[in-house]
Design a protein around this ligand. Structure first.
Ligand SMILES: *Cc1c(COP(=O)(O)O)cnc(C)c1O
Length: 362
C-alpha cells in the first residue's frame, strides 16, 4: 500500500554515528546542537528570528501566550486543520471563533474572517493546510486594517512560498512542526519564527519556565511563569542530520504535486484546487475534490494506494461546542475533498500508475 504519510529518516550511516555521539556526550539537554539546529533553520527559512521548540503545539502555545490571550478574548481560526491549532487556543481560555473556508480551496476565507472580527478579537490563525498557502495578500490587509496579529500555522507548510519567499517571515508568528509525519521530522519538534525581533527574548523565556538561559540561575528572576517547551540536543542532532537532505526531499513533494496538477486536470469527476496569487504550495498531501468520494477511496485502496481525508474537522469536538456556528462552505468542501500521497516515497512509476487508474474512472 502506498501510504498517505511516511516519516523520512536519513540513511543509517549518516544518522546513527551522530545520535551515538550526542547520547554519550554528557550533554543531552538544550545546548549547542539545538543552537546549530536553529542556525540551520534560520538559513533555510531566511529569517534570523527563530526558536526551536519541543513541538508545533508548543510553538502555537507560546505565540498565543506572548499575545497575552486569555479568558474573554476571541481568536479567529479554521476548523479545517489538525486539532492542536485550536486546542492550544482553548488552553489559553480564549474562545475559538470559526471563520468559514473558501469552498474552492478549503483554506480560511478572508471575507468570512472580516465578518467575524469583534473588539474581542486578539488574533487570527491561518493554516497552510496540506501545504497550500492561504490568501496572504488579503490576510495581510486585514491584519493592518484592524491591527490584529496573524499566526501562521505552517505545520504542513515547510518550504511553501509566499511572494517567492519561503513562508516564515511574513506574520508576527509562524509555527512549524517536526512531528513524525511532517516533511521534516526530528521525531518530535517544532519551531516558531517572528517578524518582530522584540518577541524573541520573551519567547525564549516562555520556552524555559520564564528563566533566561543566558543569565546564571542565581541571578535569574522569573517575572512571568513559562513552560518547559525547549528542544533537546538529541532531537536537535536528529534534526541537523535530517536538514542535510531536506531540499531534495521537499523538492520531491513539489515535483509530484505539480505532476498531479498537470495530469489530473482534465479527468472527469475531479476538481483541482486553485492556488492563490503569489503562493506556491509545499504539497505535503495532494488535495483535490472528487465526486463519489467513498467509491474513489475504495477504488484507490483496491489498487494499493491510500486515499483519505486524514483530519477530522475541529468544530465537532465538544470542547468547542460554545463556538458552534454555520460553516456552509466548510460543509461543502468537507464532503468533497480527498488527499492522495505525493511525498518523497511516491516514485515516477507510482505517480504515473495513480494517474492511469484515476483516469479509468471509479
Ligand atoms: C502536526 C500539527 C500541529 C502540531 O504539531 P506537533 O508537533 O504535533 O505538536 C499543529 N498544526 C497542524 C496543522 C498540524 O498538522
Amino acid at each position: 500500500m502506498i501510504p498517505l504519510v511516511k516519516p523520512y529518516i536519513a540513511p543509517r550511516e549518516q544518522m546513527m554515528p551522530e545520535i551515538e555521539k550526542i547520547l554519550y556526550s554528557g550533554y543531552i539537554a538544550e545546548g549547542q546542537a539545538v543552537y546549530d539546529f536553529e542556525d540551520n533553520l534560520k538559513r533555510f527559512i531566511g529569517n534570523d528570528d527563530l526558536l526551536a521548540v519541543q513541538s508545533g503545539t508548543a510553538a502555537l502555545h507560546i505565540a498565543f501566550s506572548l499575545l497575552d490571550i486569555g479568558c474573554g478574548d476571541e481568536v479567529i481560526s479554521t476548523a479545517m486543520t489538525a486539532e492542536p491549532t485550536n486546542t492550544t487556543i482553548a488552553l489559553t481560555g480564549a474562545k475559538v471563533v470559526w471563520g468559514d473556508v473558501d469552498e474552492h480551496t478549503g483554506l480560511l476565507d478572508p471575507n468570512s474572517v472580516r465578518g467575524k472580527i469583534t473588539e474581542k478579537t486578539k488574533a487570527i490563525v491561518v493554516v497552510h493546510y496540506a501545504g497550500m498557502v492561504c490568501d496572504m495578500d488579503e490576510f495581510n490587509k486585514i491584519s493592518q486594517e484592524y491591527n490584529i496579529p496573524i499566526i501562521e500555522d505552517a505545520a504542513h507548510g515547510l518550504g511553501c512560498r509566499y511572494n517567492g519567499k519561503i513562508v516564515g517571515s511574513n506574520s508576527r508568528f509562524t509555527c512549524y512542526s517536526f512531528q513524525a509525519i511532517k516533511q521534516l521530522t526530528t521525531v518530535d519538534g517544532g519551531a516558531i519564527s517572528f517578524n518582530n525581533p522584540k518577541d524573541v527574548v520573551p519567547a525564549r523565556k516562555l520556552r524555559w519556565f520564564g528563566l533566561d538561559k543566558k543569565v546564571s540561575r542565581l541571578e535569574n528572576d522569573i517575572t512571568r511563569a513559562g513552560f518547559k517547551y525547549g528542544m533537546n540536543n538529541v532531537t536537535a542532532t536528529i534534526g541537523n542530520v535530517q536538514l542535510k537532505n531536506i531540499q531534495p526531499i521537499l523538492n520531491r513533494y513539489i515535483e509530484n504535486g505539480k505532476f498531479f496538477d498537470e495530469n489530473l486536470r482534465d479527468i472527469p469527476g475531479i476538481t483541482l484546487i486553485p492556488y492563490y496569487d503569489n503562493t506556491e504550495p509545499a504539497y505535503w498531501l495532494y488535495t483535490m475534490k472528487v465526486e463519489k468520494r467513498e467509491e474513489f477511496i475504495r477504488m484507490m485502496e483496491g489498487a494499493g494506494i491510500m486515499a483519505s481525508t486524514l483530519h477530522h474537522r475541529s468544530d465537532t469536538h465538544s470542547v468547542f461546542s460554545e463556538s458552534k456556528c454555520e460553516l456552509p462552505a466548510l460543509d461543502k468542501f468537507y464532503s468533497e475533498f480527498v488527499h492522495i500521497p505525493c511525498g518523497w516515497w511516491v516514485s515516477d512509476e507510482d505517480r504515473e500508475r495513480m494517474v492511469d487508474i484515476i483516469s479509468r474512472g471509479w
